[in-house]
Write a protein that binds this ligand. Structure first.
Ligand SMILES: Nc1ncnc2c1ncn2[C@@H]1O[C@H](COP(=O)(O)OP(=O)(O)OP(=O)(O)O)[C@@H](O)[C@H]1O
Length: 225
C-alpha cells in the first residue's frame, strides 16, 4: 500500500449461498481520486460498494481504509466515510431541514452549511417539507445533501443518478468533480456514461470480476453506448 492509497480491497470474494457475487476483486482508491464502477445488472457493483464502505464483510480477502481494517464500527470510519446507499431511509415526521440539522449536530458541523447544501441540491424551497411530500428525485437529493453536509475523506455512492432528472444529473457530475478538487475520494456505481465521465478512473465489472480498470476516457471508449 502506498501513502496515497486511501481504500484498498484485495482478493475480495463474496457469495450469497450458491451465487457468487464477487470473485477475488482488487480495487484501490487513492486520496482525492474519483472512481466509477460500471457493469451490467448483477455484476457485483453494489456488493463491492457495501464491502468497501464497511457495511458488509467479504468471505475472503481484505479491505483497509487509511491503513486499518475497514469496519463501520470504527468511529474513524463513521466520521470520514459518507455513504449514499441504494436502500434509502428517512424519518417520515421530520422535515428536510430537520434531517440536515440532525446530520449537522451528529457530525459537529456548522448549521450554516445547511442552506448551502439545500441550494446545491435545489431543495431550498422544500426545507419545511416532510419526506412524504417530496418527489422520488427530491428524496434522492436530500440523501445527497446530507452526505455533502458532513465531513468526509471518502464518499461512496450507489447509482446516485437514480430518480434524478437530466439537470440534476448534470449538477451531480459537477459535484463529483468538486469532491475530487477538495481532496475527497469518490467511489460510485453508475449506469450513466456522463456521470462515469466525471471520474478519473473507471472500473468495469462483469459477473463479479473486474474486467477493466483504467483512465475514464480509455475505459469508456470500450463500453457500448
Ligand atoms: N442479499 C442478497 N441475497 C442474494 N443474492 C444477492 C444479494 N445481493 C446481491 N445478490 C446477488 O449478487 C450478485 C451481484 O449483485 P449486486 O447487487 O452487487 O450487482 P450490481 O452490479 O450492483 O447490480 P445493479 O446494477 O442491478 O444494481 C447478483 O447475482 C445478485 O443477484
Amino acid at each position: 500500500m502506498g501513502p496515497a492509497d486511501l481504500l484498498t480491497a484485495t482478493g475480495v470474494c463474496r457469495s450469497y449461498g450458491e451465487r457468487v457475487a464477487l470473485r477475488a476483486v482488487r480495487l484501490v482508491v487513492r486520496r482525492g481520486e474519483r472512481v466509477a464502477l460500471m457493469g451490467p445488472n448483477g455484476s457485483g457493483k453494489s456488493t463491492l460498494l457495501r464491502i468497501a464502505a464497511g457495511r458488509d464483510r467479504p468471505d475472503a480477502g481484505t479491505v483497509t481504509f487509511d491503513g486499518a481494517p475497514m469496519s463501520e464500527n470504527d468511529p474513524r470510519v463513521r466520521a470520514r466515510v459518507a455513504v449514499v446507499a441504494d436502500t434509502p431511509s428517512w424519518y417520515p415526521d421530520l422535515t428536510v431541514r430537520q434531517h440536515l440539522e440532525l446530520v449537522a449536530v451528529a457530525h459537529g458541523v456548522e448549521r450554516e452549511g445547511i442552506d448551502t447544501a439545500l441550494r446545491a441540491l435545489r431543495l431550498h424551497a422544500h426545507g419545511g417539507s416532510v419526506p412524504g411530500a417530496l418527489s422520488s428525485g427530491q428524496l434522492q437529493s436530500l440523501l445527497l445533501a446530507a452526505a455533502l453536509l458532513r465531513p468526509r475523506d471518502l464518499l461512496v455512492l450507489d447509482e446516485p443518478e437514480q430518480r434524478l432528472d437530466p439537470g440534476a444529473r448534470r449538477r451531480l457530475a459537477g459535484m463529483v468533480r468538486a469532491e475530487g478538487a477538495r481532496g475527497t475520494a469518490v467511489l460510485y456505481a453508475t449506469h450513466h456514461r456522463e456521470l462515469a465521465g466525471a471520474a478519473d478512473r473507471v472500473v468495469l465489472m462483469e459477473d463479479g470480476a473486474v474486467v477493466a480498470d483504467g483512465p475514464a476516457d480509455e475505459v469508456l471508449a470500450t463500453v457500448e453506448r
